[in-house]
Ligand binder design. Sequence first.
Ligand code: GFP
Length: 826
Amino acid sequence: MIDKQFDKETFKKSVKDNVKFLYRRKLEEATQEQLFQAVSYTVKDVIIDNWLDTQNAYEAQDPKIVYYMSMEFLMGRALGNNLLNLGAYGEVKEALEELGIDINALEDQEPDPALGNGGLGRLAACFLDSLATLGYSAYGCGIRYRYGMFKQEIRDGYQVEVPDAWLEEGYPFELRRPEYAKEVHFGGYVRVEYDQATGQNKFIHEGYQAVKAIPYDMPIVGYENNVVNTLRIWDAAAIEEFGFDSFDKGDYKKAVEQENLAKDIVNVLYPNDNKMSGKELRLKQQYFFVSASIQAAIEKYKKTHDDIKKLHEKVVFQMNDTHPTMAVAELMRILMDQEGLGWDDAWAVTTKCVAYTNHTIMAEALEKWPIELFSRLLPRVYQIIEEINRRFIIEVQNKYPGNYEKIKKMAIIYDGQVKMAHLAIVAGFSVNGVARLHTEILKNQELKDFYEMMPEKFNNKTNGITQRRFLLHGNQNLAAWITDHIGPDWITDLSQIGKLKVYADDEKALQEFMNIKFQNKQRLAKYILEHNGVEVDPHSIFDVQVKRLHEYKRQLLNILHVIYLYNQIKLHPEMEFYPRTFIFGAKASAAYERAKKIIKLINCVADVVNNDPSINGKIKVVFIENYRVSNAEMIFAAADVSEQISTASKEASGTGNMKFMLNGAPTLGTMDGANVEIVEEVGQENAFIFGMSADQIINYENHGGYDPDFIYNTDAEIRQVLMQLINGTFSSDTELFRDIYDSLLNTKNCSRADQYFILGDFRSYAEAQKRVEAAYKDEKKWAKMALLNTACSGKFSSDRTIQEYVDDIWHLDKVTVTKSSEAAEK
Ligand code: GFP
């Protein structure tokens, strides 16, 4: 068990002191924001002791370290989570109550550090939580964006993006570490010099612009194990010397310009709309954090090791998607140009240090950079990639003599572009997909040539989520109930949750389980009333789709089906219909017009449906504004139905699906991504599966033959729904949704009609929705199904995923951290 972290009286005194020292105020006078800061600093004190102890343990035990390189970390709020993981939530809650402070209100003061778009960034955050909890030495490496993911406001049904200045009030859970600052170089040219002594050419990068990278460390608290790992995110600043120089010459303006130029690098998080945008600043961001992180990793290694050729024994870099793929060339550069290794030695080390995770098969998302841009911005790095490419092409030629098709398809540099995925695969010792189906599609379709040439590199790591945030914190009543029934082991070993299966037919247990769900629905209903002004009935089915807005995720299918139901109810007012609340939450990338129109459509449908007295409130539609980690926790806890309805083959894994399952919401979904494995765990009978399979979709895509117009022409009800998009039913502006309508049919404005097979899957979806209704009406059956979803979610913990990464890819050593007597005495 963990040592006692908090003494209530000391804690209370420290909060009071912090209020006094930080704000010159008495506790009673402090604002909620000030209280949040004061409490957070008190908590941070405890964390820092553990952080130091962790560092000591790591120094003594010298474990291998994984550097998880990611452009995104969607952390969510830290205060509550840190308290839980410290094992001090209950005590602190009480201490705060004694001071007259409500912990929930305090937690609500914290901004959500939203340094990520969606699944990819949230996965990185879950992984850090699991790494610390399992006792592995790990750094998250990323960027300290000044503005995180925008805040979404809905005005007149439209999404409006508002800047998220999350650092405005100061963020208590970060530590600036200027002593570890690094220089990163852009532009310039490479001079080649012959070195007499070694008989080798030396490559000297000159005329570059230098930017300073300053790390900020955020503690990642393991669950009740004293471990505190680090998320290291980099801020950018101008190099002082340059500034002073300019000051000397009286060129103040230039110095300010340099500072601004540097700051630009970390200003904004780029949106993820599964489309590669090719912006120079984005490339700069990538190199900026990759270079700084690798320099720091090598510096750390060299402090206690002297053979750089053994770097891979202590260091592994996991590249979260292709965004950090520059790591390959940057590591080569440092090993050769700074550490003096020859090409072969440097390559041998690099290819044992880097591994790559793929998160999407959407072709338009694959990163390709124009040679012109790449070589201008990163001349030395580009040179190295050229050489990697040259050698790789020779390998391909040797393996497939005369097969130029292969070269065309596999080259790292081709058609004037640098293909980052190819670089990642060629250099990485491991390539993994994020769910079984996804990995199979990579092997057999998207990356087939690479798989055939180097099958040993390919492996699957099905994603997972942390049960500590998404159940223990987000659904505290259910968590307590589970612990009452099966003990607390599930918190660090989710497979234990399977023990709940014995309650599947226990009426009392089922009743309690559903009562908790009902309370959570009431909590969400209250939130919706406060935020949307819409009254929803917690007795209705809460049918939820929350995730980024993208056409492949098919929020459009969902809302078209709502329209269809609405038509049915109006046409047959007498028909039996179980009241349903359709809840959406989604941000659309700011430049993704169609996605934004879909948000508007959802809100227009909501307006009509929610205000039509003739349907007696049977359907309500709610679009929750500003979907983010903090409200997600509450939404998952309250959901009855989990909408996971992507076009099969398009969603690599999904992780929201796992969070719903954990909280007892059956999946209504396609056989896509990790849904396949969810169904495998919980059984077909406890999910609602519909739609075309990945094979069918891929077959249509490869051979054509899908014709949405045929469906439109032969199915009057579907036709009616589509007509309502352009006949004024939901907007007096009949052109407003024309683009959506056009995208579904072979109109002259559409290149690929219904690319995501919405009409093709419509009937099957509607039929699955009928099964949902029938199942829900049978209270006992539904309760059993819901409970079994929770009970069968054991596989989907990120602890399991991380252990697989450790076993198959990273080979890390487990570390135990004991509290030093000094810290324990405090
Ligand atoms: C992406 C993929 C998802 C996958 C996550 C994490 O997330 O299918 O679950 O990465 O691997 F698309 P999104 O950015 O789409 O949310």
